[in-house]
Design a protein around this ligand. Sequence first.
Ligand SMILES: [Zn+2]
Ligand SMILES: [Zn+2]
Length: 168
Amino acid sequence: MRLLVNTAELGRVAGTQRDIVGDVDPSEIGIVDDRLTPDVPIHVALQLESVNDGVIVTGTVAAQWRGQCRRCLEPVADVATAVIDERYQYTVTDPDAFQIDHDHLDLVPLVREAVLLELPDAPLCRPDCAGLCETCGANRNDTICSCVAEPVDVRWGALDELRRTLEP
Ligand SMILES: [Zn+2]
Ligand SMILES: [Zn+2]
């Protein structure tokens, strides 16, 4: 899909809108990242709207990713969806706005940054993942191993003992 928009074609009449919807291959926009699911394109669904001094870009960019749960090491996969709301100006006056260069609005950096920011660095298979047992390596999400309970009990027991001796 084409991510370079000619703003002259878009029209400078405020309120003019144009949808930019389609799939883009990560390599086409310079993304090489192990977290992205191979052969699955990034889905771009943007709406451009002309305003007096530029163009407002809103919409979403969605990328399928895969990885490993940081606690239990099981494979995880999901879709990362970035919500886009950016302003491009012919003459930049807004410090958060981007420049429209010679009537050309390049959406590639926007899509690339949005995807990279949204990909998880340390994913979890679920928020309350119990992780692996430090002793036997069992996945505590589906196994209750016997090696966990006892050492912990002993430790707490010793602490209770200490507390008893310290109490007046
Ligand atoms: Zn997990
Ligand atoms: Zn264990």
